[in-house]
Design a protein around this ligand. Sequence first.
Ligand code: PLP
Length: 408
Amino acid sequence: MSEHKIPRTRLPRDARLDTLAVREGLPAGPWGENSEALFLTSSFVHPDAATAAARFANEEEAFVYSRFSNPTVTMMERRLAALEGSEACIGTASGMAAIAMIALGLLKSGDHVVCSRSVFGSTIRLFNDFAKFGVQVSFVSQTDVAQWRDALRPDTKLLFAESPTNPLTEVCDIAALAAMAHGAGALLVVDNCFCSPALQQPIQLGADIVMHSGTKYLDGQGRVIAGALCCSQALVDEKFTPLMRTMGFTLSPFNAWVVLKGLETLSIRMREQSARALELARWLERHPAVQRVYHPALPSHPQHALAMRQQGGVGGAVASFVVRGSGAERARANAFAVIDAARICSITANLGDTKTTITHPSSTSHGRLTEAQRIDAGITQGTIRLAVGLEDLDDLKTDLARGLDALA
Ligand SMILES: *Cc1c(COP(=O)(O)O)cnc(C)c1O
C-alpha cells in the first residue's frame, strides 16, 4: 500500500469514547455535510486508467466497488473500531455472516474450536455444520475456566465465547480465556452483542476478535440486520477482506448508515436501558410469583463480581426470571399467561431495541433443544426473558404485574 490512503477525520488524539461515538468516521465531502452521507453507489469512478490500475493492484487505497469498500460502511467500521479499541473493523451483512467469515477465514480441515455451550443458537449450529469441512468443536461450560483448559488440543485454533449469554446472563472470564488461548497458540473471539463496547471492551481484556450483531444494540432501534468483526489490521487485510471480495458477505451502505447513526446514542441507551433492567430485576426479585431472577448487577448473580469488573459496573439491559409453578406444564402455562397479559412489551425474541421485548426461551430461541439439553443449560419452562427498552419504568412494572399478580 502506498501513501495514497483514504483520509482520516481530524480529531484530538486523546478524544474519549463519547466523542468518538459521535465524530469518528471520514472527513466530510465537498459539500460540508454535518451528518454523515449515505453513499448508495455500487462502484466508484477513477480519474484515469493509470489510477484505476494502481487501485486494482492495491497500490493505492481508494473506494473501488461496494462489495468490499464503501465510504458509509467505512465510517461505521472506523467508528466501531474506535469504540472497541481495535486497530480495524470490517462490516458484514449480519452477525451470522461475521461468524461465518471467522470460520472460513481462520479454520481449515483438521482444526479444532472450543466454544461456550451457552452461545447464540445459530452460532452453535454454524460450528456444528463445519464438521463437514473437517472442523471439530468442543462445547464447554460458559463459566468453568477449567473445562475450557481441559478441552484444549494441539490443533485448537479458536476459542469462542459470548458474555453475558442469552437468556440467563452467564458471564465468562474474558481475560482468563484470552491468556489461555494465547498460551495454546489460539485466538479468542468474543461475541460482544449483549454489552456492546459502551459497557465491555473485550480487546482491552486480551481478546483477539470482537464479533458483533449490529442488529441488536448498535442499531438500537430494531431496524436493520448488520454485523461486524473488530480485530487487527493484519487480520482484516489478510483474512477477512479477501473473503469479502470472493464471498460477498457485504454490509449494505444503508444498513451501515443506520448502525453508524445508532452508535451516536449507544452509550446513553445502554446505560438507561441497563438501569431500567436492574430496577425491574430488583422489583421482580421481591414479587411473590417469581422464583428466581437473573441479572448480572444483582448481588444474587453467580458471577456478580466478575461481571461488574468486566462490564464497567453495569449489568446490561437483559434480565430473565422464572415464574413459580410446580411441574413443567404448570410453569409453562404460567409463563405464557404473564407474556400474554403484557400490553406494552413486544412478544419477540429480538433484543437491543428501545421497545422492551418479552420471550419464552424454551419454546422460541431454545425451542430446538431437547428438554434435557435445556435443563442442562438451566432454562426451564417457567423462564421468561426481558430485553428492556426505554419505556417508562412504572408502565413496564404494571405491564408485568398484570400477569404476575394473577399468579401470586
Ligand atoms: C442476534 C445475535 C447473533 C446473530 O446476529 P444476526 O445479526 O441476527 O445475524 C449473534 N450473537 C448474538 C449474541 C445475538 O444475539
